[in-house]
Design a protein around this ligand. Structure first.
Ligand code: IMP
Ligand code: MG
Length: 171
């Protein structure tokens, strides 16, 4: 398998800085907690928060959908062993990619039920033509075509997360 670069490292860096600036403006003076969805959004989290120049907490939640390698969705399992207390916090949920929308929609409900004051969403990538659940991300890095992508945190079978760019996996 090989990987064709889709979004170069510098473009991701610049875009996350922009988004971080927007988040900082929107949440200035608010009790912000950025909750990253493991494992795919780890690298985006690290880069985004360094551009969010207002006080905020970070938290982690693990969600996995136990789907087949690259396509059909199945049951979402949320593991919140590491999840922070979000009561009365303004939560920004960060995921690597919005594909069908199932993961993000389920986590928004989940965090709202945990007593968050508000819940908004940020995604590094949004894949077009795949969404089955109606959810509009409040912050979106890049819109991408319907291809399976890896790198910058995104995996195929738990590999390729370390690539510094986002690329299309070719079989
Ligand atoms: P959704 O619930 O269908 O929106 O799927 C979101 C999750 O599926 C993401 O958090 C990723 O873990 C995974 N995913 C969806 N598309 C891709 C892809 O192209 N590459 C790698 N992971 C993907
Ligand atoms: Mg994944």
């Amino acid at each position: 398998m090989s990987v064709d670069v889709l979004i170069p490292e510098a473009a991701i860096r610049d875009r996350l800085r922009e988004l971080g600036g927007e988040v900082a403006r929107d949440y200035a003076g608010k009790p912000l907690t950025i909750v990253a969805v493991l494992t795919g959004s780890l690298i985006a989290l690290a880069d985004l928060i360094r551009a969010v120049d207002v006080p905020h907490r970070i938290g982690l939640v693990h969600a996995s959908s136990y789907r087949g390698a690259t396509t059909t969705a199945s049951t979402l399992v949320i593991n919140e062993t590491l999840a922070p207390d979000v009561a009365d916090r303004d939560v920004l949920l960060l995921d690597d990619i919005l594909d069908t929308g199932q993961t993000l929609a389920a986590l928004v409900d989940h965090i709202a039920q945990r007593g968050a004051k508000s819940v908004r969403t940020a995604v590094l990538l949004r894949k077009i033509g795949r969404q089955t659940v109606p959810i509009e991300p409040d912050y979106c890095g890049f819109t991408i075509p319907d291809a399976f992508v890896v790198g910058y945190g995104l995996d195929y079978d738990d590999d390729y997360r370390h690539l510094p760019y986002v690329g299309v996996l070719k079989t």
